[in-house]
Design a protein around this ligand. Structure first.
Ligand code: ACO
Length: 409
């Protein structure tokens, strides 16, 4: 690095460079207008298409919420019925996709999900038609209709992909989707081969509602970047899954529960929380958020559900008790208070899943099962006014070095 390229971290978000300030991690950088979701990070409020998340959690279900996120309004009864019919009829996978999932049965399901989505896209004829149209710059009413059909197929198929991976990983027979079950109940049915307890199905449904969209976090931004090149919807979603997988994003729900299991005892919460305050210490998973500087409203709702769930089924591994103790420490620790770090959605979400028998490797895939609607809705919104993403980097190295042959170095 040359002398003039010294970079100074000024506020945690702006880096100085020879070319000017760099907004590190694109914090607060706007990439587009949206009508899909909105976050008030200071007050801890989340809206989908103008509706408060609390109301949707209380009165709606994932089918209705995904329609809302995708189409921008609540459906009428007949629209919802027809939408549900279309989702149910699209749940099956292409045989090649099933083989891909089988081949990756021993891999972490997020790898398998990424590959399965790409495989399904390679064989979906609607996708091929849309790819051809986009190649020649055509995106009119007919292509938009195709794009919405593909979006619905992705929403319908992701649960099947995740459930099939679980069945293969356990060496079990696949359980075909059932048309008479809701999106959430059918998902648990395909995983475990029996109709779920109603509270478990409600928990999955609630989780799916709460994760359906969240403006432009890393995964949704990734989906935009890929789609902005006019790559296809499946590839954009596969890329979003890759971004979601990281422990700083969707992977935090798995890591949070692993922490609770490892600790096992609420009296050890203080130690874990204090370790996270030390310079270079491990970050506390499920805590902190780029946008929320208040308690994450989704976490508040899922905490209540988790409490109800363990009240009914017990807390034999102390997960709720440990999480509650960690939360208490976080809320009363000056390090977290000063930085406005609160439990986020991943803090509570895995507890009920764990007790339903869902292995923690499947927590982030279930996040994807929900968020897929947000990803595709954002892509379709962006395609209405598409422009390829192409930022710049400030070159901070030397120029015009003299090439020295290898035997003279
Ligand atoms: N534990 C300990 N310290 C933390 C934590 C945490 N979980 N989160 C942030 N901090 C500290 C940082 O070290 C930093 O301290 P400093 O100012 O002394 O350097 C300060 O708080 C600001 O944090 P940043 O890392 O700059 O915040 P950023 O907006 O870049 O990151 C993120 C947000 C990634 C969510 C972060 O809070 C984190 O890593 N949390 C843990 C992982 C997690 O739960 N991710 C899920 C997020 S929700 C979702 O994606 C669905």
């Amino acid at each position: 690095m040359s002398e003039q390229t010294v970079q100074i971290r000024t506020s945690g978000k702006v880096l100085q460079s020879p070319c000017g300030p760099i907004v590190h991690g694109l914090e607060d950088v706007l990439i587009k207008n949206t009508t899909i979701s909105d976050i008030d990070g200071e007050k801890g409020i989340l809206w989908y298409r103008g509706y408060r998340i609390e109301d949707l959690a209380k009165f709606s279900n994932y089918e209705e919420v995904s329609f809302l996120v995708l189409y921008g309004r609540l459906p009428t009864r007949s629209e919802l019925k027809e939408y549900e019919r279309r989702l149910k009829s699209s749940r099956d996978l292409h045989p090649a996709t099933v083989e891909v999932i089988r081949a990756l049965a021993k891999a972490h399901p997020m790898f398998a999900l990424e590959a399965a989505v790409a495989a399904e896209g390679a064989y979906d004829e609607d996708n091929q038609k849309l790819i051809e149209a986009l190649r020649v710059g055509r995106y009119k009413a007919e292509e938009k209709e195709l794009a919405y059909r593909i979006a619905e197929k992705l929403i319908a198929k992701l649960p099947t992909m995740v459930a099939y991976h679980y069945r293969f990983s356990k060496g079990l027979e696949l359980v075909r989707p059932r048309d008479d079950l809701s999106h959430a109940a059918n998902f648990l049915y395909m995983m475990f081969g029996k109709e779920p307890d109603p509270l478990a199905a409600k928990g999955i449904d609630l989780y799916l509602i709460l994760h359906a969209d969240h403006e432009v976090p890393a995964s949704t931004f990734t989906a935009h970047v890929v789609a902005s090149t006019l790559s296809d919807l499946y590839s954009s979603v596969a890329a979003a899954i890759a971004a979601l997988k990281g422990p700083l994003h969707g992977g935090a729900n798995e890591m949070a529960v692993r922490n609770y299991l490892e600790i096992g005892d609420p009296s050890k919460a203080k130690e874990l929380v204090e370790a996270a305050t030390k310079p270079g210490g491990p970050k506390l998973m499920g805590v902190g958020h780029r946008v929320y500087k208040a308690y994450d409203p989704r976490a508040r709702i899922f905490k209540e559900f988790s409490r109800d769930y363990v009240a009914k089924f017990g807390d034999p591994k102390n997960l709720f008790a440990v999480a509650s103790a960690i939360e208490h420490e976080v809320l009363n620790n000056p390090y977290f208070q000063q930085r406005k770090l609160y439990p986020n959605v991943d803090f509570w979400s895995g507890i009920a899943f764990y007790y339903m028998g869902v292995p923690y490797e499947y927590f982030t895939p279930i996040f994807a099962v929900s968020r897929v609607v947000g990803w595709v809705a954002h892509i379709l919104e962006y395609w209405e006014n598409n422009r390829i993403f192409r930022p710049r980097a400030c070159y901070a190295g030397p120029h015009d070095l003299q090439y020295i042959p290898i035997d003279q170095r």
